[in-house]
Structure formats: structure tokens, C-alpha cells
Ligand binder design. Structure first.
Ligand code: AMP
Ligand code: ZN
Ligand code: FE
Ligand code: FE
Length: 283
């Protein structure tokens, strides 16, 4: 059965390939009722998404974001829901993260050049447009130049954590990430936990830092993994979340929005927590 909720979606504001308007129309056509746009280090897609959403009164768009946190030897993605994203300080912090992304992406392009992979930085910038630049934009440039067939093929050898062209970027600790999100009324949720090298230990650390939910109904996970995550979420008293993590990058295995998602009750639970977080001033 198609899902009614999808809490993990990307747009051209970061490394997704559909504009916020196109994405909103797509999710509405899939019959989704509650969605969150959760771009990497930016909320720049939300204003357009809300405008596009006026066409679909039955569709609720929850303001979200995806941040990266530093856990030694691993890459932790943290989602935040119901963020009061207009907060000026929050936006300044996000802008700093996005500047860091530009430097890092440039270094990755240089590293690729030293490995004989010739892609142009200007082309990567063009592909990213106004969006928060990320590795998928580099991967798309590599596909264009024939270095790989699909964007995801660029990761194991070059762009992934252990890839030859990987460059780290400055990341916050899990506690700092939680603080940044809750500071603007956002509910912190761990993204795609089954990709973690040491999942349970990391969940324990994050829970300690104030984590409230974790993705369970993640479209790329099979039934067995989802089952294990349901149990883990119960054990750590974390709200089970999830969605498609749709980017529209053209990878052959990419699930569409609405492929899998949490129950409607999850959104209620997230909203209840959001209400308990201190309201913030706009400055
Ligand atoms: P960045 O924000 O630059 O760190 O890039 C993160 C994005 O790269 C993720 O949201 C995915 O879209 C993509 N990505 C990361 N790791 C992989 C991988 N192993 N295979 C395919 N895509 C990946
Ligand atoms: Zn992404
Ligand atoms: Fe992610
Ligand atoms: Fe994502």
C-alpha cells in the first residue's frame, strides 16, 4: 500500500533534481497527505513549496532539514522537523555550512583531477545552481563526462567516505546538532540508521544527546531491516519516522516519494514534541 506520509525529500534547493514546485506536484499526485521537505543545510526550498502547495489543500508540508553530525569514523545525518526556520541566527548558521560545502566540493574536484578524472568546477556549480552543493552534483558531472553510468556509481571508488576523492567537512557534534535544531523548535530525528557502521552504539550516543526519533520506514530498507528498526526504536523510545529520501538523481534503484513512510500517528507524535520545545524569537 502506498504511504500517506513521506518525511524525507530533497529538491533543487540542495541535491534533489526537482524544483520545490515539481516535487510538491509529484507528492500530491502520489496521494501523499503529509510530507516534509528536508534539504541538506538549507530551507531555501520551503517558500516555493508552500506557494505550490496552495494548489493542494489536502497536502500538509512540514518544514524540515537534514544536517550532518560528526561521529568518529562515520557519517551521521540528522533530520529536524517543525523547525522555525525563519530564525535569523539559524539561517546564518546554515549559510556558514553551505559556504563550507563550496570549499569542500572544490577540493573534491581538485582531488578527482589529480586522479585523472577531469570534470570542471564551473560545471558542478552550474548543476548545483542556487542549491546547497553536494557530492551528487559532482557525481552528475562525472556521469555527463562518461566516468560512470549512474551518479551512485561514483561513490564506492571516489566520493564515498572511503573514496579516493573524499574530503571531510566541518561538522557539529551530535549534541550540537540537537541543540541547533531544538533551539528553533525542531524535533531531531536520526536519518537512515542502518547505514551506520555501528548502529546501536551510535543510537545510544545520539539518544543521550537528545535524539527524539529515528528513521525506520526508509524506502530503501527491506522488510527485515524495517522490522529490526521498529524494535530498536521501541527499545530506545524513539519515534519511528521515515520516507523515501527522494532526490530524483536518475539512479536506477531510487524509490519514488510515497514508496514507504511512517503512519500518520508519527506526525502527531512529532508535533506534540515540537510544541514542548521552547518557542523562539525571530532573532
Ligand atoms: P553531501 O551532502 O555532499 O555529503 O552528499 C550527501 C548525499 O550524497 C546523500 O544525500 C546522497 O544523496 C549521496 N550519497 C552519499 N553516499 C552515497 C552512496 N554511498 N551512494 C550513493 N549516494 C550517496
Ligand atoms: Zn542528498
Ligand atoms: Fe542523508
Ligand atoms: Fe536525505
Amino acid at each position: 500500500m502506498a504511504a500517506l506520509v513521506d518525511l524525507h525529500l530533497h529538491t533543487t534547493a540542495s541535491d534533489g533534481r526537482l524544483s520545490p514546485t515539481e516535487l510538491v506536484r509529484l507528492v500530491a499526485s502520489k496521494g501523499l497527505k503529509q510530507v516534509s521537505i528536508s534539504d541538506h543545510d538549507t530551507t531555501e526550498g520551503l517558500a516555493e513549496a508552500y506557494r505550490a502547495g496552495e494548489e493542494f489543500p489536502d497536502l500538509r508540508i512540514i518544514p524540515g532539514i537534514e544536517l550532518s553530525a560528526d561521529v568518529p569514523g562515520d557519517e551521521v545525518h540528522m533530520l529536524g522537523y517543525f523547525i522555525q526556520y525563519q530564525n535569523t541566527q539559524f539561517q546564518e548558521t546554515l549559510l556558514r555550512f553551505r559556504h563550507g560545502r563550496v570549499d569542500r566540493a572544490r577540493s573534491m574536484v581538485e582531488k578527482l583531477a589529480s586522479l585523472g578524472i577531469q570534470i570542471e568546477w564551473e560545471r558542478v556549480q552550474e548543476i548545483a545552481g542556487d542549491g546547497s552543493v553536494g557530492r551528487p552534483h559532482i557525481a552528475l558531472a562525472m556521469v555527463e563526462r562518461g566516468y560512470c553510468k549512474e551518479p551512485k556509481d561514483a561513490f564506492p571508488e571516489y566520493l564515498g567516505r572511503n573514496g579516493l576523492a573524499y574530503v571531510e567537512r566541518t561538522r557539529m557534534t551530535p549534541a550540537e546538532t540537537v541543540e541547533l535544531l531544538t533551539g528553533v523548535g525542531g524535533v531531531p530525528v536520526l536519518a537512515h540508521p542502518a547505514y551506520l557502521a555501528d548502529m546501536e552504539a551510535t543510537i545510544a550516543v545520539l539518544k543521550e544527546a537528545g535524539l527524539v526519533g529515528m528513521e525506520v520506514y526508509y524506502a530503501k530498507y527491506n522488510e527485515e531491516t524495517v522490522g529490526q528498526l521498529v524494535e530498536l526504536a521501541k527499545r530506545y523510545d524513539l519515534i519511528p519516522c521515515g520516507g523515501s529520501d527522494y532526490h530524483g538523481l536518475g539512479n536506477s534503484d531510487e524509490p519514488l516519494p510515497g514508496t514507504m513512510g511512517p503512519p500518520l500517528e508519527t506526525v502527531q507524535r512529532l508535533e506534540e514534541v515540537a510544541k514542548t520545545l521552547a518557542p523562539v524569537s525571530p532573532h
